[in-house]
Ligand binder design. Structure first.
Ligand SMILES: Cc1cc2nc3c(=O)[nH]c(=O)nc-3n(C[C@H](O)[C@H](O)[C@H](O)COP(=O)(O)OP(=O)(O)OC[C@H]3O[C@@H](n4cnc5c(N)ncnc54)[C@H](O)[C@@H]3O)c2cc1C
Length: 338
């Protein structure tokens, strides 16, 4: 994907990463944002998109999704470069002091500062633990639903029991040559209405439900052990394993930062870590009195942006300006201020 030079890289597009983008923007620092999920919002989007939040200042109530949408709207004037579906895999200090950030797709960002808003870790698909799975990944075995057209005419087995799996199986009916839903038990964690629709399609014969445990994935066949431990061979073109997401701290643990129980230790003056130019904000950090709340994370972003500005503009006197009255901030925000 090539090498891009930038002043700041934000790891994570959860609520705190997004507000960090906004605060960096006010400091005239453009940034790239790397997010493992294919969309923004972090825990708000992944764990409670439709549940209400009541403790965001000035917002009496909003859902996780609404909060994410508002934050995305707020960062628009600063046009951050979002890289969704990529995991920050490695960080290497360069001889000139800058940081070379590499992602899972081979993208390389050479940055003066790094702001880690990685929350409880990168949300990654839970892997299928079956012989042959690793070799088949990305070919016969997929962990995300591709565009439906790509599945046209194929024999698909969907593994999983939550909404994403059942919904994918339902959506594939009529597109794929055949759709089989596979789960180890005949009970599902998906919404009742989704389960009902799945059962209706199975009743009509447009979908098949197989109860069993996959044991081996080989070329064009998945071996499944039924509850009586008899093995059946399920022929398939694609095994779509939608087994949910689990957060993985993964690479952050190997970046040479001072950690305390898997949290990054920071100095509360600017939320700087033990590595110069690297800041940590939101759920990923720890300091005396830390509370894992969105409002606390937002405060941390303000001070981290001042800290980053001191590095990006070492010769500039960084002054506090009000968004209400500063003509420069109005210009950056694209507003008239009247
Ligand atoms: C059910 C529930 C209800 C909650 N309700 C409230 C509430 O009412 N009020 C409140 O204040 N807080 C609430 N919280 C807590 C709040 O959601 C968190 O404090 C907040 O999400 C932290 O934001 P964050 O941006 O730091 O991290 P996250 O939201 O966890 O986002 C981090 C993002 O970073 C990404 N990431 C991590 N590592 C990498 C990597 N290496 N490469 C690329 N991307 C990476 C992850 O995929 C993730 O999207 C709630 C939490 C839960 C689970």
């Amino acid at each position: 994907v090539g090498l891009t030079e930038t002043d700041a890289v934000v790891v994570g597009a959860g609520p705190v990463g997004l507000f960090q983008v906004f605060q960096l923007g006010l400091q005239e620092i453009a940034c790239h944002v790397v997010e493992a999920l294919p969309y923004a919002g972090g825990q708000c989007a992944e764990l409670y998109a439709d549940k209400p939040i009541y403790d965001i200042p000035t917002v009496k109530v909003c859902t996780g999704r609404e909060l994410t949408d508002r934050l995305l709207e707020q960062v628009e004037p600063f046009r951050p470069a979002f890289h969704f579906g990529e995991v920050v895999a490695a960080i290497q200090r360069q001889p000139d002091g800058r940081l070379l950030v590499s992602t899972s797709t081979g993208r390389q960002l050479l940055s003066r500062t790094l702001l880690i808003a990685a929350g409880i870790g990168a949300f990654l698909p839970r892997k299928l633990k079956v012989a042959g799975a690793e070799a088949a990944e990305g070919k016969q075995l997929l962990y995300r639903l591709p565009p439906l057209e790509a599945m046209s005419g194929k024999h698909i087995v969907v593994a999983g029991d939550e909404d994403p799996a059942l919904q994918a199986a339902i959506d594939l009916v009529g597109v794929a040559a055949s759709v089989t839903l596979l789960h180890r038990r005949d009970s599902f964690r998906a919404e009742e209405s989704t389960v009902a629709r799945m059962r209706q399609l199975c009743g009509e014969g447009s979908m098949k439900l197989v109860i069993g445990q996959p044991t081996l994935l080989r070329d064009g066949v998945l071996d499944v052990a039924d509850p009586e431990a008899r093995t059946h061979a399920l022929p398939l073109d694609v095994l779509l394993a939608l087994l949910g997401l689990s957060p993985k701290l993964g690479p952050i643990a190997d970046w040479g930062l001072d950690l305390e129980r898997k949290q990054v230790k920071v100095d509360t003056e600017s939320f700087a870590t033990s590595e110069p130019g690297v800041f940590a904000i939101g759920d990923i950090n720890t300091y005396p009195g830390k509370r894992k709340l969105i409002a606390c994370g937002f405060h941390e972003c303000v001070l981290a942006a001042f800290g980053a500005a001191a590095i990006v503009f070492p010769d500039r006197k960084i002054q506090l300006q009000y968004t209400t009255t500063s003509p420069r901030l109005h210009e950056l925000l694209g507003v008239s201020g009247n």
